[in-house]
Design a protein around this ligand. Sequence first.
Ligand SMILES: Cc1cc2nc3c(=O)[nH]c(=O)nc-3n(C[C@H](O)[C@H](O)[C@H](O)COP(=O)(O)OP(=O)(O)OC[C@H]3O[C@@H](n4cnc5c(N)ncnc54)[C@H](O)[C@@H]3O)c2cc1C
Length: 417
Amino acid sequence: MDYDSDAIVIGAGLAGLTCARELIRAGYVVSVVEASDAIGGRIRTDEVDGLLLDRGFQLINPAYPEVQRALDVEALALRSFTPGAQVLTESGSFVIADPRRGGSLFGALRANVGSKFAKSRFAAYALGCAVASPHGLSQRPDVSAFEALRSAGVSTELIEKFIRPFLAGVFLEESLATSRRFMDLVLRSFVRGTPSIPARGMQSIPLQIAEGIPRESISLGVRALSIDQHTVHLTSGRHRARAIIVAVDAPGVAMLVPDLPVPQARAVTTWYHLAHVPPQSLTRGKPILVLDGRTARGPLTNSVVLSHAAPSYASHGRVLVSSSAVGLHGNVKHGDILGHLSELYATNTAGWDLVGTYEIPFALPAQDPPFSRRLPVDLGGGIFVAGDHRDTASIQGAMVSGRRVAESVTTHLGGLT
Ligand SMILES: Cc1cc2nc3c(=O)[nH]c(=O)nc-3n(C[C@H](O)[C@H](O)[C@H](O)COP(=O)(O)OP(=O)(O)OC[C@H]3O[C@@H](n4cnc5c(N)ncnc54)[C@H](O)[C@@H]3O)c2cc1C
C-alpha cells in the first residue's frame, strides 16, 4: 500500500499536537488534520477589542510534571493567582490562606469556615497527597471525593462552605461524585504549584507546542469522517498512513471509534465582564478566586478578576472579571449574574459590561470512580487514541496522553520498517 504519511493525527488539541511534535522529532512524516479554524482544541483565546478572552476560564499549573517536561514555561510568561480563595458565607467574606505559607495549613482561615480540627484534617489530607507519587495516589481504593474527605475526618461544614464550591469549579460537577483518585492528583498539584495564566492567553500553550510542527503539516478546517484500516476519510479526501492517531475529544471519539467507551461530558459556562471600578476595590487588587460558601448559592460557581493576575488580558488598565457556572446556562438572566457578582464582590455591578459568554457543552470528561489514570492507547491495527479522556481531565493528562501515544506509535512504526 502507498502511504501519504507515516502517521496522521486527527485533532490539534494539546494531545494531538504533543503527539505530532514527538513523532516529528523522532523523524517521522506526520500530517495533522483539525476540524476547526485554529489549533488548540479546548484551549483557545479570542482577542476582542484589546481583551483576551479564553474560551472558558482555565488555568495552567506549572507543577504539572508534563508541563515542566515538555513546555518552555518561562516563554509562556505565566502570571500566577493568589493561592487560596475568598469565600462568601452567611456571616461575611473570608480569605482561605495559602496552605504553604506560615507553617500551618489554612492558619488564617477564620473560625466561620469550619472548625480548626476539620481544617487541620483537610490540610493533612492535602499535604499527604502532595508528598505521594502520582502512581501511589492512583492505586488508592477508589471512592467518591466526598466519601474520601468524610473518611479522612473533614467536616461536612468545611466541605459545604469551601471544599465543594472550590472543587466544583475544578471537576465541573457539584456533587463531589468525582473519583478521589482524580481529586488527590488535583490536590497534589495545587499544593505543589500555583495556578497561572500565560500573559498572552491560554492559547499560547498549544501555539508553543505547534512551533515544533511544520506549518504545512497542519490542515485546518478538515474533519475526519471515518477510519478504515490505515485510511482516514476526510472532508478533503482520503489519507493513508501507517499509524492513525485519534486525538479528538470524547464525543468525537464516539463517532470515529464507536466501540471505545468514553466518559460523560462535564459542561461549564463562562461570562466575561468589564468592571468600571478602581481595580483595588475588587478583592483588594489581588487575583484570588471568589467562591460562594452559602447554603443558598447564586448561579455562579466562581469568579476572579483576571486582569489582577495578567493586566495584558485587558488593555488600557481595564478590569476584566471572569465568572463561571457549572453546566450550560446560556439562557440565565444577565441580571441574575450581575446580582450574584454584586454579592460576591460586595459592590454595585449594575454598570458592568458583558463582553463575552462561552457555553461549553464538553469541557471535561467525567472522572467518576472507578477511575484509571492510564487507559490503553493502542487499539490495534495501526489505530491509536490520545486525549485527556485516556489520562486525566487536564492539560497534564492531554499532554501525557499525546506523549504516550507517540511512544507507542514509534514502537509500532519501528516494527514495520
Ligand atoms: C472551560 C475549561 C476549563 C478547563 N480548566 C482546566 C484547568 O483549569 N486546568 C487544566 O489542567 N485543564 C483544564 N481544562 C481541560 C483541558 O483544557 C483539556 O483537558 C485539554 O485541553 C484537552 O486536550 P485534548 O487534546 O485532549 O482535546 P481537545 O482540546 O478537545 O482537542 C481535540 C481536537 O480535535 C478536534 N476534532 C474533533 N473531532 C474531529 C474530527 N472528526 N476531525 C478533525 N478534528 C476533530 C477538535 O476540534 C479539537 O481541536 C479545561 C477545559 C475547559 C474547556
